[in-house]
Design a protein around this ligand. Structure first.
Ligand SMILES: Cc1cc2nc3c(=O)[nH]c(=O)nc-3n(C[C@H](O)[C@H](O)[C@H](O)COP(=O)(O)OP(=O)(O)OC[C@H]3O[C@@H](n4cnc5c(N)ncnc54)[C@H](O)[C@@H]3O)c2cc1C
Length: 483
């Protein structure tokens, strides 16, 4: 029997796995998709929020501020792209300026360091491309940007290297009480665990209801985005928000850790929980709102649109992190809307404390791997590049020309602790296909390497999720095989 089964391999499940892998426990992550970080963790604004937005006294406020503090060290140790660029909330009217003062006081109460209110001239000094309509801003120097899926992957990989078992394509379909814990049916077989962490994101209410009486419902809320080419990447150097509304933090314009510009989101009820389609109307709205902050954005440089779905719970405007009242040993980590990415490491610590309160003994391992390194060839000094390419010629062959990603880096990804099974899985691990051509040139080469390394026939190679086959069959037979 496992000590802990974690349901869901998003940033929350991955952070919990990392945290629990410090202890002498048997832990498994059960994830429905064919990779980690395929849910909301894959599609969001990628901001580590400073923490002035959540109402004081809420879990969101406490865990946001603590999570951002922990993230800086974690990203350094686990080699996750992270940049503390600071954020601005722009005010466009006297009413907005009043709201900024409220946010400032809230931030001070939440313990956010370094907040200040700027006048119009100070704001423009920091961000010359902001609209002349901006009358002031709240400046939060601790806000940062991160690569969200690499963050989750790094935590999950480190957990796996420390002994956590990861089961992909293992969606949980039923949970029953059994002697000493729970019996879980999944698409990959049956598991038994003394304790269960429910980190199933958009489906956390359904997972809760498998073992306990209904206590909350998830209300999905979709946000759409533009990702712009690096030619627009320096349009702003801070995360630029507008004043938050009841619907959320509003539309932002921000640099990404990869050097692009991200613009979004809006708020739209999706047709289904995981409906991540974008719509012409939604994107038009995002464009209009973003131009209010930064009128000069050149949307012709857009290289990708995407959408993510927030998992807000009904009832209290807060995260739900607690043992289920009628299912002792089942801990819900639900309603993890924004700032869930920011709060994740602190959520994981809280989950570990709750498990301890429930009776789980947490004894530290003598040996815990707490570092991770990835070759990022293009960032190396010339001599180091030359040395690496001589040692291993695969580092001398550039496969993704837009992002300068070498065959060596793709092979590292394919041979890593959680090997990818799709072209997008490779992209999430080493950035091949993330550039301006979005995999148009390197996609077929990544496809070949994936088939070769995983020993799979081409017809079984996936673009992304289960069923997203790239090749459906042979059209011509010739000496070269598939044509
Ligand atoms: C538009 C948008 C913008 C956002 N921007 C930010 C931001 O800038 N900063 C910030 O801090 N937060 C932001 N957030 C919030 C943040 O993205 C989420 O809080 C966070 O990703 C939630 O992580 P999670 O692990 O709970 O959920 P997920 O990433 O969705 O992971 C849940 C996992 O559970 C799996 N699962 C579901 N059901 C089952 C089952 N039955 N069995 C097994 N596995 C299952 C899913 O496949 C999924 O992988 C944003 C969210 C959205 C939608």
């Amino acid at each position: 029997m496992l000590d802990v089964a974690i349901i869901g391999g998003g940033i929350v499940g991955a952070a919990c796995a990392y945290e629990l892998s410090r202890y002498r426990l048997s832990v498994a992550v059960l994830e429905r998709e064919n990779d980690v970080a395929c849910g909301t963790t894959k599609a969001n604004s990628a901001i580590l929020h400073a923490g002035y937005d959540p109402p004081p006294g809420t879990l969101m406020a406490r865990l946001n501020v603590e999570g951002v503090r922990l993230a800086e060290e974690l990203c350094r140790k686990l080699d996750v792209p992270y940049r503390q660029c600071g954020s601005l909330v722009a005010a466009f009217s006297g009413e907005d300026a009043g709201l900024l003062r409220t946010l400032y006081s809230r931030g001070v109460e939440n313990g956010v360091p370094g907040l200040s209110l700027l006048d119009a001239a100070q704001v423009r000094n920091l961000e010359p491309n902001l609209s002349p309509e901006v009358v002031g801003a709240l400046y939060a120097p601790t806000a940062a940007i991160v690569n969200p899926w690499e963050y989750a992957l790094a935590l999950a990989e480190t957990a796996v290297r420390n002994g956590v078992s990861l089961h992909l394509n293992a969606g949980v379909t039923a949970i029953r009480r059994c002697k000493g814990g729970f019996e879980l049916d999944t698409a990959a077989g049956r598991f038994w665990a003394r304790y269960v962490l429910n980190a199933a994101g958009l489906y956390s209410d359904e997972v809760h209801n498998m073992a306990a009486a209904p206590a909350f419902r998830i209300h999905p809320d979709r946000g759409e985005y533009y990702l712009l080419d690096k030619s627009e990447g320096e349009r702003v150097s801070h995360v630029v928000f507008q004043c938050p509304t009841r619907a959320g933090k509003g539309t932002l314009v921000a640099p990404t850790v990869h050097g692009n510009l991200i613009v979004g989101p809006n708020n739209e009820p999706p047709r289904e929980r995981d409906d991540t389609a974008t719509t012409a109307g939604g994107l038009e709205e995002v464009m209009r709102l973003a131009r209010k902050s930064v009128p000069s954005i050149n949307f012709r440089e857009s290289i990708r649109n995407f959408a993510g779905v927030r998992a807000a719970a009904d009832g209290a405007d807060d995260f739900i992190i607690a043992e289920a009242a009628d299912a002792p040993g089942l801990i819900d980590i639900a309603g993890i809307k924004s700032p869930g990415l920011s709060a994740a490491p602190a959520i994981a610590r809280m989950a570990a404390e709750l498990l301890e309160d429930c009776g789980l003994r947490l004894v530290k391992k003598d040996f815990f791997i707490d570092t991770r390194r990835r070759v990022r060839f293009k960032e190396l000094p010339c001599e180091e590049k030359a040395r690496l390419a001589e040692e291993n010629p695969a580092y001398g062959r550039v496969i993704c020309r837009c992002e300068t990603i070498t065959e060596g880096e793709i092979l590292d990804a394919l041979r890593g602790p959680i090997p990818p099974c799709s072209v997008d899985g490779v992209k999430r691990r080493c950035n091949a296909g993330m550039g301006r051509c979005q995999g148009g040139f390197c996609g077929p080469r990544v496809f070949e390497l994936l088939a070769r390394e995983r020993g799979l026939p081409p017809e079984e190679i996936l673009q992304d999720r289960a069923g997203s086959y790239i090749i459906t069959g042979k059209t011509k037979m010739g000496g070269a095989g598939l044509v």
